[in-house]
Design a protein around this ligand. Structure first.
Ligand SMILES: O=C(O)c1cc(=O)[nH]c(=O)n1[C@@H]1O[C@H](COP(=O)(O)O)[C@@H](O)[C@H]1O
Length: 233
């Protein structure tokens, strides 16, 4: 479902305890945030957990970053659509054929199809780490390269860092969604993220949605942390 006030924060629910996650979710409102379920929680608790969140009226971003042969990925995004998620993602480096097949597979769902988003260069990577993979382009150039493939393949947007958001917004326009993890409010722990930005600056740079995990979930008062971030936007 889509919400009138289009909350910008997508909370990364990276918990290993379902009860703790649901206790936290029960203090939240779908007016204030959307929820992201990633590899950890999906591997522990599966589609049933996702369905519980949807039943509470939350928009869910199923972040499983599919990267496989085109047929397998197309079938996986259909499974996500049947679950009723709002957004699902694949790795752009899976290639245009994979992305096109995935998008085509969602056509029968019409307006109910989830947004299909491509991950470009993970926000935990910098130029050094990219070069270890044999990629000699800068993160900025590689993000632009993969985002161009995603756009040409008909996807709805990309996951990138907020540091690349303004150039992508300029190039691809307002309808191409930019989902930005690596969000760190002033003073919060950076952890394993490398290409980071504050929530307010990320939005100013053209980000459509902010993926935020630990700065909220590990805060002493996660509900207050979310409220403070929403207020800062
Ligand atoms: O696709 C993602 O959501 C994602 C892509 C990316 O490039 N970087 C990234 O951190 N993420 C996810 O975003 C969340 C960030 O969490 P925190 O670093 O705790 O805020 C994690 O759940 C990651 O799996």
């Amino acid at each position: 479902m889509s919400h009138l006030n289009d909350p910008k924060v997508l909370i990364a629910l990276d918990f290993d305890d379902e009860e703790a996650a649901l206790n936290f979710v029960n203090q939240l409102s779908p007016q204030d945030c959307r929820l992201k379920v990633g590899k950890e929680m999906f591997t522990y608790f599966g589609p049933e957990f996702v369905k519980k969140l949807i039943a509470k009226d939350f928009d869910v971003f199923l972040d499983l970053k599919f990267h496989d042969i085109p047929n397998t990925v197309a079938k996986a995004v259909v499974a996500a659509a049947k679950m009723g998620v709002w957004m699902v993602n694949v790795h752009a480096s899976g290639g245009p054929e994979m992305m096109i097949k995935a998008k085509e597979a969602l056509l029968p769902f019409g307006e109910k199809a989830p947004l299909l988003i491509a991950v470009t260069v993970l926000t935990s990577m910098d130029a050094d780490e990219l070069s270890r993979l044999g990629v000699t382009k800068s993160p900025q150039e590689q993000v632009l390269y993969l985002a161009t493939l995603a756009k040409q393949s008909g996807l709805d947007g990309v996951v990138c860092s907020a540091q690349e958001a303004s150039s992508l917004k300029d190039k691809f326009g307002k309808n191409f969604k930019l989902i930005t993890p690596g969000i760190r409010p002033q003073g919060s722990e950076i952890g394993d993220q490398k290409r980071i930005m504050t929530p307010k600056l990320a939005l100013e740079n053209g980000s459509d949605y902010l993926v935020i995990g630990r700065p909220i979930t590990q805060a002493e008062d996660p509900v207050a942390a979310l409220a403070a971030i929403n207020l800062s936007l």
